[in-house]
Design a protein around this ligand. Structure first.
Ligand code: ZN
Length: 185
């Protein structure tokens, strides 16, 4: 089963999501929600999905950056944006700290702003303390594209969308981005 991904304008996307208790994380409903979010993220396809995007205002996100999703990029492009495969994992109640504030600016999109992209400056390294799907504490040190994904997904849990941080003049349809990317990059 695939969940419906809500689009910008849905009030839940602008709410601060609530934390989950240990018991809630381990409850069958949450475990099932995680599996549905995983399937929905793969189907989209996307590299991350936050619970508010499927209408659940809770502090939960799934992330996975698969080698298959990088096939359209050259090794120079991958190196440029610091993109490497990230295995599937779950973050609950994440707390994000900036480890290196040096901004890196690249085009990004969002499954809740379907069909558009824009250049977004993001911190180049972050540390995230969260719980995993077993309610165990985890510390994630991330750089490059993975740090961008974490900032994007954790933003969703605070009612933030990338358009709040984008360089507005770079906003483009995904089609035009493909068409003009040689000129605009
Ligand atoms: Zn998003």
């Amino acid at each position: 089963m695939i969940l419906k991904i809500l689009q910008a304008g849905e009030p839940v996307l602008r709410q601060t999501a609530r934390a989950l208790s240990r018991d809630e994380i381990l409850a069958p409903q949450t475990q099932q929600l995680i599996e549905l979010m995983r399937a929905t993220m793969h189907d989209a396809p996307g590299v991350g999905l936050a619970a508010p995007q499927i209408g659940q205002p809770v502090q939960l996100a799934v992330i996975e950056d698969r080698p298959e999703s990088m096939q359209h990029l050259s090794s120079a492009e991958l190196q440029d944006c610091g993109r490497r495969p990230v295995p599937f994992h779950v973050i609950v109640n994440p707390e994000l700290q900036i480890a290196d504030a040096t901004p890196l600016t690249f085009y990004e999109g969002c499954l809740s702003i379907s069909g558009f992209v824009a250049q977004v400056p993001r911190a180049s390294a972050v540390q995230v303390n969260a719980l995993n799907e077993k309610a165990e504490p985890v510390t994630i040190d991330a750089q490059g594209w993975y740090a961008r994904i974490l900032q994007h997904e954790i933003g969703h849990l605070h009612g933030e969308l990338y358009i709040d941080r984008m360089q507005p003049e770079s906003f483009a349809t995904a089609a035009n981005y493909q068409r003009f990317r040689q000129e605009i990059n």
